[in-house]
Design a protein around this ligand. Structure first.
Ligand code: ZN
Length: 436
């Protein structure tokens, strides 16, 4: 009798649940245990966005709309101010792309026959294209100070360097083609490269390994850091993009599934600081640094399954840790995957996986500042020098005790931030998404 009653109650509950879902039209997400909660969250995000300066501004009709591209995984700036777009042509990373051992499943397929690297000038004209018959699943791209182009391919588990004279034969290849491993000579879906002005470079490795590796210019390994598990600022969950803040002696990583931009000393890998925000949410896809106004980080977040977190670009003031600006095209972003900023901060570009797009944003105020600097007869000095020793020593002492210490550590940087930048440890327990 008791069992019968329980079953009856169960069915009553099920019917109630299904009816509630239908009324809410979206099961799971909108089942409202706390009436009004999501509305409040949305309003909170809306109010927070209103408080931010909406800059840089989206430049419509850039680039040339007649140029077709596939999933856009990476974007970079060369030393002439041209924009390199790295895209996947007809290839798409989906649930059938890799085995559960991270082996690329389309080994019989030839590399992408289309040019995977498109070069646009400032006005959006296609001025060059290359990278055909070389790659299988493009991911990260960067250009160093000597105009070498560095890319990663997650299917090939390799990193490539091309010099300006030869765009068909790389001058440096790291990793073994199609062989994912976690050792001294292999990568597993490496995501990004960052190259210092002295030629030393960092590789973020990547989707299945959880480390950042530093190499000398000749490709010999100097150091690595990163852990798979535990409570530590060195634990990564998809180190997805890298940027250098050389004026601060730092390398910063978009630790994607932990929703943070984490910065480490470039000389020895000491943890220094991390930036996260409830408004950015639990996923942070890419980060780029500009040494302007004391240093700014440009970040893009990604879909988190929560409509309360808008998908946008944000600008963080490095010194205060505050969000100061936000940017997006009209209609917002869907799946931004990479961001790059010019050194003077006047131009920002965002690559989007789906839809297959790349966006340009311009900060007119910073552009005018650049003009004013150019008109000064005395040459402008560099804005800063290396100051890693002071921040590094401080950062090294920080303890990391999960959410509480994470919030406390970030709060040192966000001390004066309004409710806008409340640090949280949101990434815990979230699995890496396969479609990126
Ligand atoms: Zn990715």
């Amino acid at each position: 009798m008791q069992l019968c009653c329980s079953v009856f109650m169960f069915y009553i509950f099920e019917i109630f649940f299904v009816l509630t879902c239908i009324l809410n039209s979206s099961c799971g997400r909108r089942f409202d245990y706390y009436p009004g909660y999501y509305g409040e969250q949305e309003n909170k995000a809306k109010l927070a966005l209103e408080k931010l300066e909406h800059a840089p501004q989206w430049v419509k009709n850039w680039p040339d709309a007649s140029v077709k591209m596939g999933q856009v995984s990476g974007v970079a700036l060369d030393n002439s101010g041209n924009v390199l777009v790295f895209h996947r042509g007809h290839n798409v990373w989906d649930a059938n792309t890799f085995s559960d051992k991270d082996i690329y499943l389309n080994l019989a397929e030839p590399p992408i026959s289309q040019p995977t690297i498109l070069v646009f000038n400032e006005t959006g004209d296609l001025i060059d294209m290359w990278g055909e018959n070389l790659f299988h699943m493009p991911h990260g791209i960067t250009v160093d100070s000597e105009s070498n182009v560095w890319v990663t391919d997650v299917a090939m588990h390799q990193v490539f360097k091309f010099n300006p004279q030869d765009r068909e034969n790389p001058v440096l290849v790291l990793g073994e083609k199609f062989v994912p491993r976690d050792d001294e000579t292999h990568f597993c879906k490496p995501s990004a490269v960052a190259v210092m002005s002295n030629g030393d470079f960092f590789v973020a490795d990547g989707y299945c390994n959880t480390r950042i590796i530093k190499y000398a210019a000749d490709g010999s390994k100097l150091l690595q850091f990163g852990r798979r598990a535990g409570e530590s600022p060195f634990v990564f969950q998809v180190p997805h993009a890298l940027t250098l803040a050389e004026d601060r002696g730092l390398v910063c990583c978009a630790d994607r599934e932990r929703g943070r931009a984490a910065c480490f000393r470039a000389d020895n890998g000491t943890y220094v600081t991390a930036f996260r925000s409830w408004l950015i949410g639990p996923r942070l896809f890419s980060v780029a640094y500009a040494p302007i106004h004391g240093g700014r980080l440009y970040v893009v977040n990604g879909p988190s399954g929560s409509r309360e977190i808008p998908v946008r670009g944000y600008v963080i003031d490095f010194n205060s840790g505050r969000l100061i600006q936000t940017f997006a095209p009209d209609g917002g972003l869907s799946n931004p995957h990479d961001v790059v900023v010019s050194p003077d901060g006047s131009r920002v570009y965002v690559a989007e996986l789906n839809p297959y797009k790349v966006y340009k944003f311009v900060d007119d105020q910073l552009k005018n500042e650049r003009k004013e600097v150019k008109n000064v007869t005395i040459p402008a000095k560099p804005t800063a020098t290396i100051e890693a020793s002071s921040v590094g020593a401080e950062g090294a002492r920080w303890a990391w005790r999960g959410a509480a210490a994470g919030a406390a550590g970030a709060a040192l940087l966000a001390a004066a931030a309004l409710a806008l930048l409340r640090a949280r440890n949101n990434g815990k327990g979230r699995e890496a998404q396969p479609l990126m």
